[in-house]
Each structure stands twice: as structure tokens, then as C-alpha cells.
Write a protein that binds this ligand. Structure first.
Ligand SMILES: Nc1ncnc2c1ncn2[C@@H]1O[C@H](COP(=O)(O)OP(=O)(O)OP(=O)(O)O)[C@@H](O)[C@H]1O
Ligand SMILES: [Mg+2]
Length: 318
């Protein structure tokens, strides 16, 4: 069953559109990856779903449906009731979203009291249980500590515990492992995988790292300069990528087996939203671009035997 449906979503700051015509679905219990370089619009897409766009940002077109209900322009009061309870988000900046003057336990209890009406003592007990659930050792002690007393990995686990407090149906994890070293990163991914299985919760995992996404996602959305350029099952997308941008991203994943050669990085940078090219936004960086690519924005279309991709040369290239 479809839990979340995003249709032709556009987000703008004044006249500048940073997300354009983004569509995807997320089924109950599914793990969907959203990937793309910095500035491709991943966080703005997620924040629009949570009703938490930064000041000046607005949904200018499209529709977001969650649990069968149109939540695109839900009044803030109703959105507050959904957030935390039905959908929760782990934000990209852990220190910015943890409150430095409250203990971890107080922050979990706040969510529980707000949404579940638990009293102080019950909330404290539940907070310890949640810290154990996210595999924080010595939970009884950690629950009374402040964010600055925790390591980066533990802080990330504490954020996940807060997000899970009300057992949401959808967890949005924005770059949950980016700031962590490889071992800690693997631990967090294992944790998300386990939690998802245990609670049947859907996860929208945002990352600029295709390696991370390939580990736990069943389907993937690749964004570039505010648009979806390719989407499909992880199996197809990683096995037979169609869009030159996806291929370049895949080629940039460092491989552990074999000799380590120079990393084939993608030349150039994502254009700023005020200067998006009129045609295919990847064309200026694309080794396969022809003049027609710069004439019009290529629509996302199903490529026979492959994914959905927005590239006019998709058939020739695969
Ligand atoms: N408060 C803001 N006002 C105006 N533009 C903004 C604001 N916040 C973000 N943007 C712009 O929106 C675009 C998309 O940003 P977004 O944060 O969604 O990218 P991202 O894909 O999450 O990147 P990253 O991988 O760096 O997190 C960027 O060009 C960014 O400069
Ligand atoms: Mg981001």
C-alpha cells in the first residue's frame, strides 16, 4: 500500500525554484533512497514533506499525499500532530536539531509527553528503552547526559531514538551517516535496517553517497539540480544505470577490491538554482550531450527493460 505519494512537487524561494516537478511514491515498510550531489534539492524535498521549509521557502506546485491524505498545505497545527507521531525526520545537522541544554532523556520525554501523554516517570522509562533499542550502551546513564557528552555516532543514535519515540510510519533520514567514520556508519545502517524490519516502518534515506544507498534501499531516486533524472529499483539502477549522471555517480564510488586508481570524479559543479540551464540541466557537464539536449528539458520516461530516466539519448547509451 502507498504510504507517501509526491506528485510534481516544486519548491521555490521567491522566484528561484530549487525543486521542480519531483514525483515519487513510497510504499508501507519500503526503503527509498534519494541521492544526488550537494545542492540537488534533496533536503528541500524532505523538508517540504515535513512542512518545515526554511523561511521564504514555499511549495509552489504539486501535491504530497501521506496515508491517503493531502498534506501539501495542511495548517501548522495539524502538521504538528503528524510530525513525530506519524512521520519523523532525522535532520542533516545533528547538533542543530538536538537541544544542547536538555538531556537526551528529556528530549525523548518531550516527544512522548506531547504525543502520547505519558507522565514523567513513564516517559523516562520509555526513553531508556528507546536508547537500548538504538543500541546505546549504558542507557540508564546516557539518558541523563547532554548531547555534548556523546560521541558523534551516539548522538546520531540518540537522534534516531527521538525520531522513533512515537513509532512513526515514515522515517526520513537526511544524510544520517555522512559525518561518521566508516565503522560507525556501517553500525547506523545496520540499525536502520533492523528497525525497519522490526517495526515495518518506511524509510526515506537521503544521501549523496550511492554506496550507502545501495546497501539498504529497494528503490532509488536520483536528483540533479532540483529534478529527478532517474528512478527505479536498486537492482536495475545499480545494475544497468541509464542516465549519464547516474553512471558518473556510480563510477565515482571508490571500490575496495582491486588496485586503487584515480577516482573518476564528475567534472564541474551543480549549477545554482538561479542559473539552471534551460534544457537538460546536466548537459553542460555531460560527455554525451548533443545540441538537442540544450533545447528542452527532457521528460522522465520509462526506458524499455530499464529504469525511468530523463535523457533523450537513453536508448542509444544503454
Ligand atoms: N534558506 C534558503 N534560501 C534560499 N535558497 C536555499 C535555502 N536553503 C537552500 N537553498 C537552496 O536550495 C537548493 C537545494 O538545497 P538542498 O539543501 O535541498 O540541497 P541538498 O541536495 O540537500 O544538498 P546537500 O547534499 O548539500 O545537503 C540549493 O541550491 C540551496 O542553495
Ligand atoms: Mg541536504
Amino acid at each position: 500500500m502507498t504510504l507517501l505519494s509526491v506528485r510534481d512537487l516544486s519548491v521555490a524561494f521567491g522566484p528561484v525554484r530549487v525543486v521542480q516537478d519531483v514525483s515519487f511514491d513510497l510504499a508501507e515498510g519500503e526503503v527509498l533512497g534519494v541521492v544526488g550531489e550537494s545542492g540537488s534539492g534533496k533536503s528541500m524535498t524532505a523538508l517540504a514533506m515535513m512542512g518545515l521549509l526554511p523561511a521564504g521557502g514555499h511549495v509552489t506546485a504539486g501535491r504530497i499525499t501521506f496515508e491517503g491524505r493531502d498534506i501539501t498545505r495542511l495548517p501548522e497545527r495539524e502538521m504538528q500532530r503528524l510530525r513525530g507521531a506519524r512521520m519523523a525526520m532525522i535532520f542533516q545537522e545533528p547538533m542543530a536539531s538536538l537541544n544542547p541544554v536538555l538531556t537526551v532523556g528529556e528530549q525523548i520525554a518531550e516527544v512522548l509527553r506531547h504525543h502520547s501523554g505519558l507522565d514523567r516517570r513513564a516517559a523516562q522509562r520509555e526513553a531508556i528503552g528507546l536508547l537500548k533499542l538504538v543500541e546505546i550502551a549504558s542507557a540508564e546513564r546516557r539518558v541523563n547526559e547532554y548531547p555534548h557528552q556523546l560521541s558523534g555516532g551516539m548522538r546520531q543514535r540518540a537522534m534516531i531514538a527521538i525520531a522513533l519515540a512515537c513509532r512513526p510510519r515514515l522515517l526520513i533520514a537526511d544524510e544520517p551517516t555522512t559525518a561518521l567514520d566508516a565503522t560507525v556508519q556501517a553500525g547506523i545502517l545496520d540499525l536502520l535496517r533492523g528497525l525497519r524490519q522490526e517495526f515495518g516502518m518506511a524509510v526515506l534515506l537521503i544521501s549523496h553517497d550511492l554506496g550507502v544507498v545501495s546497501e539498504i534501499c529497494e528503490r532509488v531516486v536520483v536528483m540533479y539540480a532540483g529534478r529527478v533524472v532517474e528512478t527505479g529499483t536498486a537492482e536495475r539502477l545499480f545494475g544497468r544505470p541509464v542516465h549519464p549522471y547516474t553512471r558518473a555517480l556510480l563510477a565515482a564510488i571508490p571500490r575496495l577490491e582491486g588496485p586503487i586508481g584515480p577516482l573518476p570524479a564528475i567534472a564541474g559543479v551543480v549549477p545554482t538554482p538561479a542559473a539552471f540551464p534551460p534544457g537538460c540541466r546536466f548537459a553542460p557537464r555531460c560527455p554525451y550531450a548533443v545540441p538537442a539536449c540544450e533545447a528542452a528539458q527532457p521528460p522522465l520516461r520509462t526506458i524499455p527493460g530499464g529504469t525511468d530516466a530523463a535523457c533523450i539519448r537513453a536508448e542509444e547509451l544503454t
